[in-house]
Design a protein around this ligand. Sequence first.
Ligand code: NAG
Ligand code: NAG
Ligand code: NAG
Ligand code: NAG
Ligand code: NAG
Length: 568
Amino acid sequence: MARGLPRTVVLLALLLICLYQPDPSHATQASSKTRKLQGASPIDALRERYLQLERRAWTIVNQIDAVDNQLEQDASHQRATIMRELVDIYLRFAETELTPEDAGDYRLLGRLAEWHLLEQNLLTVNKLFEVVYAFLREKAPRFAEQADVEATDYGRSGRDDLRLLTIDLAETILFDKRQPIQQQLEEIYNIMVRQALYYRASMAASSVLCSFGLSPQQMLYMLYESIAMTELKGYIMMQFSYALLKVQGKGNFTEESQARRNELQTRMSRAQQLMQSVMRQTSGEYWRCDPERGTHRENTTYVQFTRLLQGYIENEVDMNTDNTCRETCDHYQYGHEQHQCYKELYCSKQPKCAGRIYDCEYIDSDMWICPAAPGSQRRYEYIEYENGEIRGRKQHCPRGTSKVDSWWRWLFWHCSYCFCLCDDAGRHSDRYVSLRESVSNIQQNRVVTGLRFVKRNQMLHLIVQQGQLLPGGDIANDTLEWVVPKPFMHTDTGVRNGVDYHTLSYERRAIDLDDVHVHPGYVLTGVRFRTLGSHLNLEIRMTEMNFTAGTLIDPNQSIWIGSEDADR
Ligand SMILES: *[C@@H]1O[C@H](CO)[C@@H](O)[C@H](O)[C@H]1NC(C)=O
Ligand SMILES: *[C@@H]1O[C@H](CO)[C@@H](O)[C@H](O)[C@H]1NC(C)=O
Ligand SMILES: *[C@@H]1O[C@H](CO)[C@@H](O)[C@H](O)[C@H]1NC(C)=O
Ligand SMILES: *[C@@H]1O[C@H](CO)[C@@H](O)[C@H](O)[C@H]1NC(C)=O
Ligand SMILES: *[C@@H]1O[C@H](CO)[C@@H](O)[C@H](O)[C@H]1NC(C)=O
């Protein structure tokens, strides 16, 4: 049997987090080599969009400064108008850009002892955000209504109600004694960044490599997104609260608002720096766990080569041309053949090994052999030697066992039955590996998202799963599909050994276990095997991408690469 399958293939080196660039001119100064890597992750882009909106919100809110020396009636009408616009801006942002009930994905943190330090903070922020969202949704019509009616005594008490409610909400967010949001955010930041919990999370992700169905980098990235999202929600609530209080005439709050904004920038750029350095040390490898014991299913969880090197009982008298027994089993190590069937002994009762014979050993003189059913991949069910040793699993033998005894010739030479390996590329031996490529459709912006082996017509194919690349390294998961190989037979005309396929044999059955990595800025878009000497060796195709736009750049420039130290 070949000794294994390519151990790791790095799928998508998509997880790039780039520093938020407040000054766009920085981006254009970057060298052309890294230029294509520029781009914000979705959460960073979202924060950018929010900050733009916030500038607009504050411009509106600051109109209140001009209101103070107006008549009371005019002033309260102005207030109502500003409130309506403010509520409208925040409600629309929440509805179109945020998922209010989404409390983030903290599966990875759940595995760390430090989780309980953070859990409460994260929950508090997310819960409170749900309250704010509900407030916006429910009260927006009333704010609109109030802005519409002329300021009269009519509806005055209702207005006061809403005013008190608004102030109460803002003060809870900002000044609650037990859990002010600012302090929650500070604590989250301290634990994740100052105490470098991201590092520990990275180690935790690596130690549970196969159980989430994600690479450690992806796990870490999801964690980052969840936390950044929670922080953004907390920040939005504080800004909204300052704005509310200011409109309600409870103070100026320009400085507080600016201070929070500065804190956000500082925290985010530190967190991003840390993430980038943690990401560099975190593996992008993706593993599927083995199935539970007893749940392996052929052609579903694995495929097998069949009858490649098969146990084979043969008497030494048949393995040389002059019918002698002068050697021992150990003599027959490499590339022998069955030359005849001496006296029609056990050799006449079993299918001949029509290929080469290797690695013979002597186990015991006499034995019982239980043959396998004719359609089976096996040759024998089991062999029981007289000394008690058993090869295979002894069970009921429906076709009956044969007694097979070695013999002495003239008391000098022992004609032993040996236990050997038979390498016979007969029609029941599935031992071919396709050398044709399996690639994603780069014209349609598809990248490789998974790999598997399938067997068709005795031929093993390594095939890719493809999916559509989206901005920020996302994949449209409803586009995922396996690229079905075009099956062919090793016997088809025009199909050549060593070009279209590789034939495994005793000498040509090694598969290299190299790591092959795509270069930074590229994504995986295809795989194929080549033969390197007698080895099978993996090559990958990579295509450059525009991370921000989520597009493959010039598909014609795709590059095939193999392992740089492929001589193992
Ligand atoms: C990537 O795509 C964005 C958006 O389409 C574009 O502005 C940018 O110039 C592209 N970058 C490169 C290096 O092509
Ligand atoms: C609020 O504070 C800002 C900055 O300190 C100042 O420019 C502005 O005039 C203040 N507004 C009022 C109404 O005091
Ligand atoms: C797996 O597929 C091969 C053909 O490729 C077939 O001969 C074999 O019976 C299948 N095994 C199972 C368990 O279905
Ligand atoms: C795609 O992702 C969504 C949300 O994560 C999930 O509910 C859905 O099952 C996924 N679809 C596929 C085909 O994986
Ligand atoms: C890529 O190659 C194809 C055919 O080889 C050609 O038609 C197409 O114009 C090329 N595209 C680019 C972007 O060079």
